[in-house]
Design a protein around this ligand. Structure first.
Ligand SMILES: Cc1cc2nc3c(=O)[nH]c(=O)nc-3n(C[C@H](O)[C@H](O)[C@H](O)COP(=O)(O)O)c2cc1C
Length: 457
């Protein structure tokens, strides 16, 4: 396995990481309560070379656990089946050029319907190799990451749902808290596609079938985290980025498709009106997200590969693995944003802002920042950003200079906008009547020539 283009499941990805010395195996026994997360956290923050980790012996469990799989730009690119992220970005950019549609969402929808991106349906699949006679979630080495966490979590699940009237299925990443052998709390946001599907099933008085894949195709795993426009299929999006279709198979208890190479497939139903307490959950904000009532998943089937491996992640203060997923998403989102707003030149979502929470935007000269802000708040992936900063005069790649320039350039009396609790800073207007400060050109040249005379290297 020397080539990321050939990867189609977690094991092949782990083999590639090992071959490229990006995987660190831990052979001693490690506790899934706090210890495993603490090791991962420290490695993510630099100690231990930031490699992916494979915990071979997990206390009380037979299943090994892999973490930090996507925790570098290189590994995140390989997970998309490419050596360099730019290849996947170009595939998206090029593909979008030649499809009809007035906005990015419609164009992407058309593009993803092309036959070459339709998943390959397989029968007799690896992910159903073994079916638990009596489904028991407690057999999975789910982690407790932080001391105040309300329980044990599966943090990297691909959750598949479908609207009761059909259409393409949705695959989203929403954390699961294990409550009992056949009970889990599923934390999807009210605005998520899964919540939308769930409301539609329950409005008809019906329970919603849910299938959850753990592991499987790394590109699909990334796609589950990406804020795709409505109606776009994550498996087709994964195929577009990766350059070849994703192999899927049927669930055992519903018509939902799951990745054929998944390590585990958990299936069940979410009944109308059944909600349970979930949390607290140690989050990437550095605070515990307080307990909330979320839908209860009643599990009816768990199948898995022989000798499965559990892939998971730790959510916590940055830098963490999910920062790299966020930065990959940023590059792809730029392609979509530039279709709807061609005046955008570049964006940067600093990891401290947590995904798109804070987005720095550089735009072409003469752009009306306020019109753009309202457009971004109206629809699209930046709708929920807490802070958007727009300027014609700043390199988004250099946040320190960007903030220095924009914050000193704007006049809060008319350049600070708020809508539904979101803040926008329009720093596109040049300050009136102020002269730009520039070093003296002659003295700069003198310094360049005489620098060593002053005793500096
Ligand atoms: C590691 C990780 C964990 C996440 N956990 C959740 C979660 O628990 N609930 C949620 O609503 N979104 C979560 N997200 C964000 C969603 O995956 C993301 O918004 C995705 O676009 C949702 O899919 P949807 O747009 O189809 O609803 C998580 C993202 C990552 C990278």
């Amino acid at each position: 396995m020397s080539d990321p283009t050939a990867i189609s499941d977690l094991r092949q990805f782990l083999a590639l990481l090992e071959q490229r010395r990006e995987l660190h195996r831990i052979a001693v026994e490690v506790d899934p309560a706090l210890e495993l997360a603490a090791i991962t956290d420290r490695v993510c923050k630099g100690a231990g070379g930031r490699r992916a980790l494979l915990f071979q012996r997990v206390l009380g469990h037979r299943t090994p656990v892999a973490t930090n799989l996507f925790g570098s730009f290189r590994r995140a690119a390989w997970a998309l089946g490419v050596e360099r992220l730019e290849t996947a970005v170009q595939r998206l950019e090029q593909g979008l050029k030649f499809v009809p549609g007035e906005d990015a969402g419609t164009r992407l929808q058309h593009l993803l319907q092309k036959p070459r991106f339709v998943p390959n349906l397989k029968v007799g699949c690896l992910c159903h190799e073994i079916t638990m006679p009596c489904p028991d979630l407690s057999l999975l080495p789910a982690l407790r990451s932080w001391p105040g966490d309300g329980g044990r979590y599966l943090n990297l699940p691909q959750v598949f749902t479908r609207h009761p009237e059909g259409g393409s299925a949705n695959c989203g990443m929403y954390r699961l808290q294990i409550l009992g052998p056949q009970r889990a709390a599923v934390h999807w946001r009210e605005a998520s596609d899964a919540a939308h599907h769930c409301r539609a099933w329950h409005a008809r008085g019906l329970p919603m079938p849910v299938s959850i894949a753990l592991g499987g195709h790394p590109t699909l795993l990334f796609a589950a985290t990406f804020p795709l426009p409505p109606g776009c299929d994550e498996a087709a999006f994964a195929a577009l980025l990766h350059g070849r279709p994703v192999a899927m198979t049927s669930s055992l208890t519903s018509d939902l498709q799951v990745p054929q190479g998944a390590e585990f497939v958990i299936e069940g139903l979410v009944y109308p009106g059944e909600r349970v307490e979930e949390g607290p959950f140690g989050n990437h904000t550095g605070f515990y997200q307080p307990s909330v009532r979320v839908p209860l998943l009643r599990v009816s089937s768990i199948s898995h590969r022989a000798d499965p491996i559990l892939a998971t992640t730790i959510v916590g203060p940055p830098p963490m693995e999910n920062c790299y997923l966020g930065k990959v998403a940023e590059r792809l989102l730029l392609c979509l944003l530039r279709i709807d707003h061609p005046e955008i030149l570049d964006i940067n979502m600093p990891v401290e802002g947590i995904f798109h929470g804070v987005t720095l935007i550089s735009v072409k000269a003469n752009t009306c920042g306020k019109t753009l802000l309202h457009g971004l708040w109206e629809k699209g992936p930046l709708q929920l950003a807490r802070l958007l900063v727009i300027t014609t005069d700043g390199d988004t790649r250099d946040p320190a200079t960007f903030f220095w320039r924009t914050l000193n350039r704007c006049d809060p009396r008319h350049d600070l906008l708020m809508r539904n609790g979101r803040v926008g800073i329009d720093a596109t207007a040049a300050p009136q009547g102020l002269q730009v400060l520039q070093p003296d050109e002659h003295i700069s040249e003198v310094l360049r020539q005489r620098w060593s005379e002053y005793g500096f290297d």
